[in-house]
Ligand binder design. Structure first.
Ligand code: AMP
Length: 217
């Protein structure tokens, strides 16, 4: 069983790496951002509440997020392990996760922090888009599909951009990252499970580094 958290600012590559790790370790990516976007698309009550906050780049309330994750972690496909992407984002969320895992008799193996400079983050976020079918990540400048307009992984032809991937919202998301999420670093450092990786390297190098961290545990 492998239970991981990918930590890092928006645009650090958490989603891209989570997808690769899913395939390699046959564990599941649990992205609270993806779950919320699905709620918004479905027009659910959670989606209606979350949309305005997401559009402004603010964090959605801890209780909504924790309830969502605690339901998801009960599902049978999470049995072999998980990669948390975008959760936890606040110290109360991290504490709630600890409680949840203790109750489920599961342990966190590693928390992997991807570090990337702010101007690079803004550049990455403003050009990114993903496959509407499988969620694979692409970028206008440096990560285009091999065949233009066709997803490398599933062959779908529909792509989408996130409503919150614009310069103004990105600044707010970064502010929230440094204010509310960065305090998780000492939290996990103290537990001895935090590992830091240079997220400025190309995606393959970053994947290789993460694999080393997981396998060398
Ligand atoms: P992400 O896809 O992880 O960048 O998340 C997109 C947006 O969803 C964030 O800017 C928040 O508004 C919201 N969100 C996602 N995960 C969380 C979380 N763990 N706590 C609070 N808000 C979240």
């Amino acid at each position: 069983m492998t239970n991981l958290i990918l930590l890092g600012p928006p645009g650090a590559g958490k989603g891209t790496q989570a997808k690769r790790l899913e395939q390699r370790y046959r564990i599941v990516q649990l992205s609270t951002g993806d779950m919320l976007r699905a709620h918004v698309r479905d027009g659910s009550e959670i989606g209606k509440q979350a949309k305005a906050m997401m559009d402004r780049g603010e964090l959605v309330h801890d209780n909504v997020i924790v309830a969502m994750i605690s339901d998801r972690i009960e599902q049978p496909d999470v049995e072999r392990g998980f990669i948390l992407d975008g959760f936890p984002r606040t110290v109360p969320q991290a504490q709630a996760l600890d409680g949840l895992l203790k109750w489920k008799r599961r342990e966190l193996d590693r928390v992997v922090l991807l570090t990337v400079k702010d101007d690079e983050l803004v550049e990455r976020i403003s050009g990114r888009y993903s496959c509407a079918n499988c969620g694979a990540s692409y970028h206008d400048a440096n990560m285009k599909p091999k065949v233009p307009g066709v997803c490398d992984f599933c062959g779908a032809k529909d792509f989408r951009r996130r409503a919150d991937d614009n310069a103004e919202t990105v600044r707010e998301r970064l502010k929230n990252y440094y204010g509310q999420t960065a305090p998780l670093l000492p939290y996990y450092r103290e537990k001895g499970i935090l590992r830091e990786i240079d997220g400025m390297a190309d995606a393959d190098t970053v994947t290789a580094q993460i694999i080393k961290v997981i396998d060398g545990k």
